[in-house]
Write a protein that binds this ligand. Structure first.
Ligand code: AMP
Ligand code: ZN
Length: 490
């Protein structure tokens, strides 16, 4: 029996995690809107839920993990009347909306694979579930919480508020909940400004539309997650997750829809992952304050002077708690790169420890308990990582002959550190210790070459400096000179 507690955004408290079915956890996580390349911020959220998924599996649960692909209906600025960015992109590039969707879905999958995330059990698309969404909207209308106006359908928030509380997740007052909507288009159709769209009428020029009882149109953004979570997980399930920016309006609207459909609907734990920032501002596709995984992995960007591997990025993310804001910076990534290397070599070194009859200086079962305690406390990965460092610190003292370890404890420690490192945190062991050391030596050698080249340039010995640059370039190492320093990429 485990002791897992999770922070439930709905109650604002840490709660003991008890799934509805004792062996099976049902989890829904909002997936990406596929109109552009996935950025590092999106990746952080999906890695946060990957660790949660991995840990639930490790605890022995079967997990039905549903993560959707939003390929229609999520309008610009989360509004009810903006453009659909997928349609906009298709128009701009003169291609089908489904070509846009295909391109960015592939990019999303490729990057999540590089980041060693485990695919969900089901990955449904919004366009593949139009019928389910129409059925859901029909029932909401039948139950009296939806109304049709000029070919669109809206959710009647004030009426819903009589049977429940709208906005309970984001804890907002009804007066604050005016839905972002342009006054000219559609807003006048709403009975109240708090209402939100379940279905939108499409005009003749609109290129992504379906027949419905209300005429040609497309579903509102919130309809898809309610329809798909209910289809695959039922109207009561365990975990619903997503980035914290989805609390309102998306998740509050989902709660309202589910309850309007069936008053017994309930999602027990709402988990929200916090944002990745760049220069202190939320990383975001629409503002352009973003960096793509590929740009970080191959060093092709104007922000960082070197490349960082997917493994380092993953470790960097997990060094922060998933509910904390995290700022991306070169110094922090360099520190993570060093830390990860140290941890990896440290774990590998455990296998080389000479054993004695007894263990001294370290209580291994207490250490293991503390590792689980960290993860059981709302998936505290930074604390778990600090426990892994404690273990290698101890292993190093055995290596130096200061402490002793028994054969049984050595095997146990190696096994446990490896499981926490690779199975739960999802980090890759990157080749042999020799490879890591060789890479380190290469970095140091390049620093020496860059130094010699800078000195030659200062002495106006351009023959030598050019030779260093050109010969390195021939073997695939590019030097970049900026005002105050020279960096390299390979
Ligand atoms: P989107 O593709 O915009 O629908 O976002 C996909 C997921 O990424 C959602 O769960 C968002 O909450 C999350 N997300 C968006 N921006 C960030 C960010 N800067 N940091 C972390 N997660 C983010
Ligand atoms: Zn969603």
């Amino acid at each position: 029996m485990h002791n897992l507690s999770v922070f439930n955004s709905l109650t604002g408290k840490k709660e003991r995690f008890v799934p509805l079915d004792k062996d099976l956890v049902k989890m829904y996580v909002c997936g990406p809107t596929v109109y552009s390349f996935v950025h590092l911020g999106n990746c952080r959220t999906f890695i946060s839920f990957d660790v949660i998924y991995r840990y639930l599996l490790h605890l022995g649960y079967r997990v039905k993990y549903v993560r959707n692909i939003t390929d229609v209906g999520h309008l610009e600025n989360d509004s009810d009347d903006g453009d659909d960015p997928i349609v906009k992109k298709a128009r701009k590039e003169n291609i089908e909306p489904m070509e846009v969707v295909q391109k960015y879905t592939i990019d999303f999958h490729e990057n999540l694979k590089k980041l060693n995330t485990i695919p969900p059990s089901i990955e449904p698309t919004a366009t593949g579930h139009i019928l389910e969404q129409i059925e859901l909207i029909k029932k909401i209308i039948k139950n009296g919480f939806g109304y049709v106006k000029n070919g669109s359908v809206y959710f009647d928030v004030l009426k819903f508020n009589k049977i429940s509380k709208y906005g309970k997740l984001s804890r907002r007052n009804l007066d604050d909940l005016v839905h972002n909507s342009r006054t000219l288009d559609g807003q006048n159709d709403k009975l109240n400004p708090q209402d939100f769209a379940l279905w939108k009428k499409a005009d003749s020029k609109h290129i992504m539309k379906w027949n419905s009882p209300w005429g040609e149109g497309f579903p509102g953004w919130h309809s898809e997650c309610s329809a798909m979570s209910m289809k695959y997980l039922g109207n009561r399930f365990d975990i619903h997750g997503g980035g914290i920016d989805l609390k309102f309006p998306h998740h509050d609207c989902e709660i309202a829809q589910s309850e309007a459909l069936n008053q017994n609907s309930k999602i027990n734990y709402w988990l929200h992952a916090n944002m990745l920032t760049l220069n202190g501002k939320k990383m975001s596709k629409s503002t352009g304050n973003s960096i793509l995984p590929g740009e970080l992995f191959n060093g092709d960007n104007d922000i960082f002077s070197k490349s960082f591997s997917p493994n380092v990025l993953r470790f960097f993310f997990l060094q922060a708690h998933y509910r904390s804001i995290l700022d991306l910076s070169e110094e922090a990534l360099i520190a993570s790169e060093k830390g990860l290397k140290k941890l990896e070599i440290g774990i590998k070194n455990i296998s080389k420890l000479k054993t004695s009859k007894l263990t001294s200086g370290f209580d291994i079962s207490n250490w293991e308990m503390n590792c689980y305690k960290a993860m059981n406390d709302d998936f505290n990965t930074p604390l778990l990582i600090s426990k892994l460092f404690e273990a290698i610190h101890y292993s190093n003292s055995v290596l130096m002959g200061k402490e002793k370890i028994s054969k049984k404890d050595k095997d146990f420690l190696l096994n446990k550190t490896s499981i926490f490192f690779s199975k739960i945190l999802g980090l890759n062991f990157f080749g042999s210790k020799k490879n890591i050391e060789a890479n380190e030596l290469l970095g140091k050698t390049l620093d020496i070459l860059v130094d010699i080249r800078n000195k030659s340039r200062a002495n106006r010995d351009f023959e030598t400096s050019d030779q260093i640059r050109d010969e390195l370039s021939r073997i695939g190492i590019t030097l970049n000179d900026s005002e105050d320093k020279t960096t390299y990429k390979y």
